[in-house]
Design a protein. Structure first.
Length: 271
């Protein structure tokens, strides 16, 4: 039976993600422009990232004023309840800026430092993914009702479809390109979708066999990591470590371990 607190957190996360997703989908101005940059001139923020985060944090403050918040666009409050929300109001900003469909709203809730609820809404795909710790991973979309998610049966690594992403700092990107060059002959193929949250959910949904990326922040992966694990995927960082900015790896059992070993051998976690 689901903890009533977790059920309440899930309902709030779903509402926040849905409302922010609708704002982003329906409110995107035709002349959308870059409002700021972060790690480099190509690591962009738009006015819609900022508006979506304000919508989400405002809703949380109204419903659960004692909770902490960590958001990509600057929201940071400690809270006193033991619950912290980890928010990426627009994961895949460059896709959004260019009018590409692969972007998402990611909302996760942590209890005492452990992620217990995750929601990823991908409005242009008409899909929303969610999970509560211990309750499996689920999605709604073009099909009727909720669908329980399960990662794919593991293929041999040379038949695995794996996704990745690239950093916005030029030196890091160059190293990541070299890692991808070395991996490609060992895999079925590599994809680059542009949203870590969507990639993790696609592992959960059986659309990818694996995913890896260096340089992610907590808001990039909090919800998607839980959804992937609840669908039966394995997730981690470097061997024996949790997903982190050094390295995040997710995959169906049987793909995760050899992919993680190769990434360690290739030094995917450093320049």
């Amino acid at each position: 039976m689901t903890d009533p607190l977790h059920s309440n957190l899930l309902a709030l996360a779903q509402e926040a993600a849905a409302r922010a997703g609708a704002l982003l989908r329906d409110g995107r101005p035709a002349d959308l422009a870059v409002a700021a940059t972060k790690s480099s001139p190509i690591d962009v923020v738009t006015e819609m990232d900022i508006a979506a985060e304000k919508l989400i944090t405002g809703l949380i403050a109204e419903r659960r004023p004692d909770d902490g918040v960590l958001g990509e666009e600057g929201a940071s409050t400690e809270g006193t309840s033991g619950i912290r929300w980890v928010i990426d109001p627009l994961d895949g900003t460059v896709n959004y800026l260019y009018g590409l469909p692969t972007w998402a709203v990611s909302v996760a809730a942590e209890q005492d430092g452990e992620t217990v609820v995750g929601v990823v809404a991908a409005p242009m795909r008409g899909e929303t993914f969610h999970a509560v710790r211990g309750g499996g991973a689920w999605a709604t979309g073009a099909w009727d009702g909720e669908r329980r998610l399960a990662c794919r049966p593991a293929p041999p690594l040379d038949q695995a479809l794996v996704s990745t992403g690239f950093n916005y700092v030029a030196a890091v990107r160059a190293h990541q390109a070299e890692i991808a060059r070395r991996l490609i002959p060992m895999l079925r193929d590599i994809r680059r979708g542009g949203s870590a949250a969507v990639d993790l959910c696609d592992v959960a949904a059986g659309r990818l066999d694996g995913y890896y990326e260096r340089g992610l922040h907590p808001w990039d992966l909090a919800a998607g990591d839980l959804i992937a694990r609840e669908a039966g995927a394995l997730t981690g960082g470097r061997p024996g470590e949790r997903p982190s900015g050094d390295l995040t790896v997710a995959g169906t059992p049987g793909v995760f371990e050899p992919l993680q070993r190769l990434l360690e051998d290739f030094g995917a976690w450093h320049d």
